[in-house]
Design a protein around this ligand. Structure first.
Ligand code: TLP
Length: 345
């Protein structure tokens, strides 16, 4: 049976060019600072996103965690969306390991936070009852909000609010390059207003492992310390960084294919009675759809699809998610739609 895997873009396997680069990678001890391939990846990443320095980390979760640990102390408050990966899916790492208090605001369906609500949530530093607000974190593209890209205009407006209140911004850019490709802008336009960010190499860009944290020199020095304490100091990490370099050099532009496939899948699903696609328009590679038939929940639907080789995730009781990725072709999308129609019938 042919398997069509929409569970995530994290399932992507390294390309032949990545495997060749990994096999040939020059390596050293990265904790001692002398792995040339890691250094090359970090420099390339920082240049691409317009920041001073990069830091290679094991995962997006680690990237967000060390970014927060490096910028916030115990009892500090971080303004974060209630649907943000950092809040929703990271085991409360900021609180568990950093004593950082998340101040959640409602994410709007497009993944943004209302700027007035942000301003209202900022604590008055003169009141000794309050924690100190340190940081705003946003996510681009926004995973749980239909993979929507936050726009350049929104990032600029957010940056203005943060500067006016002396706050820093951290961007969870796990799928930052999807956002840039979908919006047709240089990725730097989306990062200019944030202080720190992390993006993933191992999602749509198809590298096997890793994310890069980027920011200024002082921040990265702190983040490097935090990476070490969470056990993220990797030694001959150039082996995996080599694939990350190929990901950045060869895999960014093709994300547009995933976006086109996602739009086609969404259009097909929208026509199936009993299903309802969440977003008005699917802009990137993620889509969610709701099961409106009362006799079927998301877990049951996902199990029935899996039995026929179409893999998706039931991330909520009545909502399933499909993520387009490097291994799914336009023909696969049509084949999967035929399976969905058959199962729903
Ligand atoms: N997201 C995964 C799951 O954890 C849900 C997925 O399949 O989408 N930020 C965002 C916005 C993410 O979507 C993810 C992974 C991460 C951070 C964490 O990255 P990893 O998995 O590398 O720790």
């Amino acid at each position: 049976m042919q398997i069509i895997d929409f569970r995530s873009d994290t399932i992507t396997k390294p390309t032949p060019a990545m495997r060749a680069a990994m096999a040939a990678a020059e390596v050293g001890d990265d904790v001692l600072g002398d792995d040339p391939t890691v250094i090359r990846l970090e420099e390339l990443a920082a240049r691409r996103v317009g920041k001073e320095v990069g830091l290679f980390v094991a995962s997006g979760t680690m990237g967000n965690l060390v970014s927060l640990l490096a910028q916030c102390g115990r009892g500090d408050e971080v303004i974060v969306g209630d649907q943000a990966h950092t809040f929703y899916y990271e085991q409360g790492g900021m609180a568990a390991l950093g004593g950082i208090q998340p101040r959640t605001l409602r994410n709007r369906p497009d993944g943004t936070l209302d700027l007035d609500e942000i301003v209202a949530a900022i604590r008055d530093p003169r009141n000794l009852h309050y924690p100190r607000t340190r940081l705003i974190t946003v996510e681009n593209t926004h995973n749980r909000c239909s993979g929507t890209p936050l726009t350049v205009e929104y990032m600029q407006a957010l940056g203005k609010v943060a500067r006016e209140h002396g706050l820093r911004i951290h961007l969870d850019g796990a799928r930052l390059f999807n956002a840039a490709v979908a919006l047709g802008v240089d990725v730097k336009a989306l990062t200019a207003d944030v202080d720190t960010l992390t993006f993933c190499l191992s999602k749509g860009l198809a590298a096997p492992v890793g994310s890069v944290v980027c920011g200024d020199r002082a921040f990265i020095a702190e983040a490097r310390r935090s990476r070490k304490v969470v056990g993220g100091g990797m030694r001959q990490a150039g082996i995996i960084a080599a694939a990350g370099i190929v990901a950045l050099e060869q895999m960014v532009d093709r994300l547009a294919e995933d976006h086109a496939h996602a739009a086609a899948l969404a259009a097909g699903l929208a026509e199936v009675p009993g299903l309802q696609v969440d977003a008005v328009s699917v802009r990137t590679n993620i889509l969610y759809f709701r099961i409106t038939r009362p006799d079927l929940d998301a877990a049951q639907l996902v199990a029935r699809l899996a039995a026929r080789g179409v893999l998706m995730l039931d991330l909520d009781p009545r909502r399933a998610r499909a993520v387009l990725n490097y291994h799914v072709t336009a023909e696969d999308v049509q084949a999967a739609l035929a399976v969905v129609r058959a199962v729903m019938a």
